[in-house]
Write a protein that binds this ligand. Structure first.
Ligand code: ADP
Length: 197
């Protein structure tokens, strides 16, 4: 836990679709506008290993990814056996994970360290739910993307949803370390921090 709620730190990434669509500035604007502070910012072209190490490798996470994809196939009446050669979530999961790595290494990404009151929850709120089709208007995913697993899985690719945001403080800590490593985080006082004091 952060020592003070104002000190909470989180990690956000503008994925390749966000960078290629020129939405980095808009995303930065939304984060700053809400009163959060960007303390680290960098454009990177990640390696496959970097992305591979970013996403969990546990059987549980991979199976969940496979199950979600299988559910989509069933919901929309697609034949998983015909299109993917299997109906086993444990085999589909790794395929989806590979689509995700292909996507995340297809262009540069922008990594950000964001600090502020309830930064983790606030950034998740700004991003919106994982699937753009479910994301309400007013969120980054809801306002700027229209993708869904029905299309993505059919096209054998990852869902394009513009940003990644840490889900918990523990995940944020791990992802900060993974993406920023020894890079310096530049802290400073926002003027509104002083106004609220
Ligand atoms: P989040 O990014 O919101 O934390 P997850 O950790 O569940 O969501 O998934 C990681 C990423 O994998 C998502 O952001 C999305 O790009 C992609 N993804 C998730 N589920 C699917 C799916 N069923 N088909 C294709 N891509 C998916």
């Amino acid at each position: 836990m952060a020592t003070h709620p104002r000190e909470e730190l989180t990690f956000l990434m503008v994925k390749p679709d966000g960078v290629r669509r020129g939405l980095t500035g808009e995303i930065v604007r939304r984060i700053e506008q809400v009163g959060l502070k960007i303390v680290g910012l960098e454009l990177q072209r990640p390696s496959r290993k970097q992305v591979d190490d970013h996403y969990p490798k546990s059987r549980e996470w991979i199976n969940r990814l496979g199950e979600k994809t299988l559910n989509t196939y069933e919901k929309f009446g697609f034949d998983a056996i015909k299109e993917l050669g299997t109906k086993d979530p444990a085999k589909i999961g790794p395929m989806v994970r590979k689509w995700l790595i292909d996507f995340m290494t297809s262009a540069p990404v922008v990594i950000m360290a964001v600090k502020g009151v309830h930064a983790v929850a606030m950034i998740r709120k700004l991003a919106g739910p994982t699937m753009p089709v479910d994301a309400p208007l007013g969120t980054i995913r809801g306002d700027f993307s229209v993708d869904s697993p029905a299309v993505a899985n059919r096209e054998k690719r990852s869902v394009f949803n513009l940003v990644h945001a840490s889900e918990t403080e523990a995940e944020a800590k791990h992802e900060m370390q993974h993406w920023f490593g020894r890079a310096v985080i530049h802290d400073y006082a926002r003027t509104d921090d002083e106004v609220f004091k």
